[in-house]
Write a protein that binds this ligand. Structure first.
Ligand code: CA
Length: 647
């Protein structure tokens, strides 16, 4: 039945605005009738006009309204099987409060100064080996009353446009803090229009991460200073992106194309019942564990997702996408996303969660899962291998990893250091977490030890090493970070990991899922930035070091297999050399409780001596000292030395 729907391949779905007229086109092949309702505002009793739409071929309905209608709100009345439902536009570019009514918008009106001119590929030479990403949320970044951000902008898009903001001790906060960190990109948690915050009510007492899409192509209203007028959220969201770009930071958008807030109220369901969701014999398939899953493999759903990501790139200059529960989406859709987006922006970054939240009706081999990475090209995956090997299993709070009590996991760590590609010195039989190498290249891999989900890294240490002294936990934290930043693949971390971010649950423990807990639990506490300043400086040093050293940016499996060599080491110690044309690097991770003395590799001719850049609690781009023959690596620490080609 659904297969018989005609496919529309035009680019004019939704409301296409010009000063002379606005043309509305809706794909609703199963509808018997569609009417358009125009409203003066996004809410309340203010109907202006109601008109019939006419069938216009390939399952679409069409109406053109002469005149300049910038700012008019509208809905569709869609009648299917005798039942009429009022729906927003699936292709809405603007919406009123809570995203219920769509809005016609003149987008040329919404650009910050110079935004259109910067172009959509303003950064060059970017791939996942060169990127350094931290995960932020609009609200968490500036909600702290001590962030120094002006009160009306705290927790809003505009909070991230304020420069010169400081905490009580004078340390940079907000966008300046991000710039000083040195990251190349931020991954921003959902900022499309989501459903779990009531935008019409004050935000006090409300908090949600927003993994519940309502309007895929409209920015969230609760992050705007005025959620009622459809243009404000667009302007302010673009201001945020423009400010980040001015700071030299790319924007990766966290997108949730795997499910919607619910089925009944979703515009996709109201316009074309049951087309956008995967069904089982008994009801709806639920691989998202949120009650439904999007049928990305249906042609008009695939088109919808493709049109959406293309729109965010062209209109908002988004520099990359992080796909939530990407395993719910299908391999073909992900490949088409890659191919289309790369053709317009060769520097775009694309990666996601290579798993599902539950079982799906989609055949296993068609799911964009981590184990199917090699059947796609240019789609990266979060490495749960790295995450759990370094600090213990994510679901068992007492479980420990290499840095916090299980030094024997050093042999397993090799799998992650090589970026999950095939390497002659990795024992894939011994390593049981993944079924062999899953990446074609290190650029398929996102290395991380913490993200918004589960315990923060600091809280994981608090829970798994309850008797640990703070200085021991700090050493574990440094070693975990050093591993992420010196492994092959793209380093990623939850913002605030660099100042021991914690999410106390209010009952003496730590929250492992804070999606709807108060903002006080979720927001960045800039007081900790002062308290853990040394840790923050260590992260900044790691990032700066990584950005200067090409041995950490290998982009092919062949380079990794040929240029990265592990040394024989005792249990709890991992050491390897990377030899590239420009430099050699020698990296040691010591997870034991004693200092370790290791022989340093023989230097190739035409290179200068070994210079130490990372040692103990110091990391950076300035050499700390030189070493010959042997290196002493302090307990629970990382040592990195490099030797460059003599010119
Ligand atoms: Ca919303």
């Amino acid at each position: 039945m659904l297969d018989r729907y005609e496919i529309y391949d035009g680019t004019d779905l939704g409301a296409v605005y010009s000063k002379e007229s606005t043309a509305f086109r809706l794909w609703a092949p199963s509808a018997e009738a569609v009417e358009l309702c125009f409203y003066e505002k996004g809410d309340g009793d203010c109907l202006v006009q109601q008109v019939q739409m006419l069938r216009s071929g390939k399952g679409t309905w069409y109406y053109e309204w002469k005149g300049d209608h910038d700012g008019i709100y509208y809905t569709y009345l869609v009648t299917v099987d005798g039942v009429t439902r009022e729906s927003g536009d699936p292709y809405a570019k603007a919406a009123g409060v809570n995203g219920i009514r769509s809005m016609v918008v003149d987008l040329t009106d919404t650009d910050p100064e110079g935004f259109r001119e910067e172009g959509i590929s303003w950064v060059s030479g970017m791939d996942m080996a060169h990127a350094v990403v931290t995960e932020i949320s609009v609200r968490d970044m500036t909600a702290d009353e001590y962030s120094g951000v002006t009160a009306p902008h705290r927790g809003k898009y505009l909070g991230l446009t304020e420069t010169g903001t400081k905490n009580a001790e004078g340390l940079s906060t907000g966008i300046d803090y991000l710039k000083e960190l040195g990251v190349t990109h931020v991954q921003i948690m959902p900022f499309y229009d989501f459903g779990s915050i009531d935008e019409a009510k004050p935000l006090e007492g409300q908090y949600n991460w927003g993994y519940d899409p309502v309007n895929y192509n409209v920015p969230e209203g609760s992050y705007a200073t005025d959620p009622f007028h459809g243009k404000v959220r667009i302007c302010e969201c673009k201001e945020m992106i423009a400010a980040l770009h001015r700071a030299g930071i790319g924007v990766i958008m966290d997108v949730v194309y795997n499910h919607t807030f619910n089925i009944e109220d979703c515009v996709l369901q109201k316009c074309v019942p049951d087309y956008f969701y995967r069904r089982t014999a008994a009801g709806y398939s639920d691989a998202s564990a949120c009650g439904n899953e999007i049928a990305s493999d249906h042609p008009m759903v695939r088109k919808y997702i493709l049109d959406s990501v293309k729109y965010w790139v062209s209109e908002y200059h988004i520099d990359g996408f992080r796909f939530d529960l990407m395993g719910v989406l299908d391999v073909e859709t992900m490949q088409q996303i890659h191919d289309e987006l790369k053709s317009t922006n060769p520097n775009i970054l694309l990666y996601g969660e290579g798993w599902t939240g539950g079982d799906s009706v989609l055949p296993f081999e068609k799911r964009a899962l981590k184990c199917n990475t090699k059947s796609m090209h240019g789609i990266g995956m979060f490495s749960d291998d790295m995450r759990d090997t370094v600090k213990g299993h994510v679901f068992y709070e007492k479980d420990t990893g290499f840095v916090n009590g299980s030094p024997e996991k050093g042999a397993d760590l090799r799998f992650s250091i090589v970026g999950a590609v095939q390497h002659p010195q990795v024992d894939y039989n011994r390593y049981s977490y993944s079924n062999g190498s899953w990446a074609s290249a290190p650029t398929d891999v996102v290395n991380y030890v913490s993200c918004h989900d589960n315990l923060t890294l600091w809280d994981k240490f608090l829970c798994s090493v309850p008797d640990g002294e703070e200085k021991e936990l700090l050493a574990m934290n440094r070693l975990a970070a050093a591993i992420v930043f010196t492994a092959q693949g793209m380093p990623f971390f939850l913002c605030g990991e660099d100042f021991a971010r914690t999410k106390p649950d209010g009952k003496g423990g730590c929250s492992e899922n804070s999606f709807n807990l108060p903002v006080e639990v979720n927001r960045l506490d800039y007081g900790r930035l002062t308290k853990y300043r040394e840790l923050n400086c260590y992260y900044r040093g790691l990032i700066a070091f990584r950005k200067e050293h090409p041995s950490l940016w290998l982009t092919t499996a062949q380079e990794v297999a040929e240029q990265l060599h592990f040394a024989d080491t005792p249990e709890g110690v991992v050491a390897f050399t990377i030899n590239t044309e420009q430099e050699s690097a020698f990296v040691v991770y010591n997870a034991t409780k004693e200092p370790q003395e290791l022989a340093v590799p023989q230097l190739q001719s035409r290179k200068n001596g070994w210079q130490v850049f990372i040692d103990g609690d110091i990391a950076g781009t300035a050499p700390i000292r030189t070493i010959e023959k042997t290196a002493t690596v302090k307990s629970c620490s990382c040592l990195v030395c490099c030797s460059t080609m003599l010119s």
